[in-house]
Design a protein around this ligand. Structure first.
Ligand code: SAM
Length: 259
């Protein structure tokens, strides 16, 4: 996957050199480039912001540097530039608290894409015409990390790239470990334990030491339901009262129940 990031703080993304994503880059699974928006300015002060039309507090990011930066990244010969084939070309993502909510399902969808471009806003955000112009040339998404306001898009983009990147085949060594995670089947994950079996007076639940795989699967599934009901009842696919009637996670019956 190719990933381009535009930011006025390119140094933010140094952490993408380490850990799993750093290894994925070294292995050629992710080809990542970070571009400094100020390189696309032409004044002495490399200005990227100006006062808002209509008044109000704060500054707004100017459209010209964004236009030049994105023109330099988006391929000239794809639907992203002609608007004739919106299935072609990169997906352009602007992190924004006013965007659609980023989810595991969206991460899975975006992990299938060959090319993602992220534009990190700062100040009060980017001049709306940048979004409107590039939406007319291809696929543009405004994506929110959650219902709160960050200072800039960099942290949101880091979170998205980590969630998307680990779903690219080969990035996580054992793909099995991706299947049973929170949000993959609509429920939160069950609690995990490792050795020792007893620690500070707390014992690992005996069923996990039983060797009975059926009993372990049933216990874990019930834990998923109990946790989800307690912390995120909004995720449960049925009435809370019916939740224990669900078949085991990732079972055929469960997928059928989800439709
Ligand atoms: N004035 C904007 C509003 O109220 O919607 C908030 C601007 S915020 C201070 C500056 C930048 O941070 C945004 O352009 C966006 O790139 C990023 N940002 C802030 N909160 C975010 C969130 N919850 N999700 C994704 N990006 C966010």
């Amino acid at each position: 996957m190719r990933i381009d990031i535009i930011s006025i703080f390119p140094e933010f993304f140094g952490v993408l050199d380490i850990s799993l994503l750093g290894r994925a880059r070294q292995a050629g699974l992710i080809d990542l480039a970070v571009h400094n928006l100020r390189d696309f300015t032409h004044d002495r002060h490399n200005t990227v912001d100006d006062t808002p039309y209509g008044g109000g507090a704060g500054m707004v990011m100017k459209p010209e540097p964004w236009g030049e930066a994105l023109d330099s990244i988006l391929p000239a010969d794809t639907g992203a530039n002609t608007g004739t084939d919106t299935d072609a070309g990169p997906v352009l993502i602007f992190p924004s608290p006013a965007g659609e909510q980023f989810t595991q399902a969206m991460a899975r969808e975006l992990a299938q894409e060959p090319h993602l471009v992220f534009g990190c806003g700062r100040y009060e955000g980017i001049d709306q015409r940048v979004v409107d112009h590039f939406a007319g040339r291809g696929r543009v998404r405004l994506v929110s990390l959650g219902d709160y306001v960050l200072n800039g898009g960099e942290v949101a983009v880091m979170a998205m790239i980590e969630a998307i990147g680990r779903l690219i085949p080969g990035v996580v060594g054992n793909p099995e470990s991706l299947v049973e995670e929170s949000h993959e089947d609509g429920l939160l994950e069950y609690p995990s334990y490792t050795k020792p079996a007893s620690w500070r007076g707390l014992d690992v639940p005996p069923v996990l030491l039983s060797g009975n795989h059926g009993a372990i699967a049933a216990w874990r599934h019930q834990q998923q339901i109990d946790r989800t009901r307690a912390v995120r009842p909004d995720l449960l696919p049925f009435d809370n009262a019916d939740a224990e009637l669900l078949p085991p996670a990732n079972s055929k019956a469960r997928r059928a129940a989800r439709g």
